[in-house]
Design a protein around this ligand. Structure first.
Ligand code: ADP
Ligand code: MG
Length: 259
């Protein structure tokens, strides 16, 4: 069983010894990492290396076979002691502490932009509608979409949809933001506007775990870069060193293909 980590105020996310298999396919093979408060950690790696499964295990959308996930020192998915699974309402409360931004946006098509933002804060977090709406308007301003607040998602470009996706995640005031290839579904000319919003977030002190193929973002913004392959972390380090002088053959190969 995973050991409980030393609790420091600085560690927002700790993943410890996660393993996950689908049938005989070992998708996560002992993954451990930490994200400190205010840090941006970028996860790189080829398709099928387990990146999405790792993110999904963080908020228990996927239940790991072994290992543990701690958010600000509190275990996710399992009750204290680690032997009893959380109830679905306990889990929902824990999940509300983590914002997730998806590759395909996952906006509610039948709700307007502002309704997409306020839905979960009102219904999951039981917060005051007027207060949540005022905050949502500020968030839309922050991502440059105030003018679109009453539009339905179908009227928006991909880049605008993803900026709504980010604002929607922020509306929950999460302690941690997870991004799963947030720009991979976008036309190349729309990537920049989303990356710009993500950089602003990183610089303003958000704590972010970002799966991405945007090497420019990783190089300029990440505090730490992690390369996954075959369900394992094969290299990790500061971006300057990682991109300039990768230590492993695997990282060298990967960078030759992607950069
Ligand atoms: P990545 O995001 O790095 O591309 P994934 O985590 O999506 O990788 O997938 C890793 C491996 O796990 C792949 O082989 C994929 O087919 C498999 N996988 C992911 N989710 C499931 C699932 N729900 N059932 C079965 N296999 C899965
Ligand atoms: Mg993926």
């Amino acid at each position: 069983m995973a050991k409980k980590p030393v609790e420091t105020a600085e560690t927002v996310l700790e993943i410890s010894g996660l393993t996950k298999s689908f049938g005989t396919n070992v998708v996560l093979d002992g993954v451990s990492l930490k994200v400190a408060k205010g840090q941006t950690v970028c996860v790189l790696g080829p398709s099928g290396s387990g990146k999405s499964t790792l993110l999904r295990c963080v908020n228990w959308l996927e239940k790991p076979d072994q290992g543990a996930v701690y958010l600000a020192g509190r275990r996710i998915g399992m009750r204290e002691g680690g032997h009893v699974a959380m109830s679905s309402s306990e889990l929902a409360r824990e999940r509300a502490r983590i914002g997730m931004v998806f590759q395909h946006f996952n906006l509610w098509p039948h709700l307007t932009v502002i309704q997409n933002l306020i839905e979960a804060p009102i219904h999951v977090q039981k917060r005051n509608r007027d207060e949540v709406t005022a905050e949502a308007e500020t968030l839309l301003e922050r991502v440059g979409l105030s003018a679109k607040k009453n539009d339905f998602p179908s009227r928006l470009s991909g880049g605008q949809k993803q900026r709504v996706g980010i604002a929607r995640a922020l509306a929950m005031k999460p302690e941690l933001l997870l991004f799963d290839e947030p720009t991979s579904a976008l036309d190349p000319e729309l990537v920049g506007e989303v990356v710009t919003v993500m950089k602003t977030l990183a610089e303003s002190g958000s704590t972010m775990l970002v799966v991405t193929h945007e090497m420019g973002f990783a190089r300029e913004t990440a505090d730490e870069v992690i390369l996954m392959d075959g369900g394992r972390i094969v290299e990790s380090g500061e971006p300057a060193a990682f991109f300039k002088k990768p230590k492993t053959e695997r990282a060298k190969q990967f960078l030759q293909r992607y950069v």
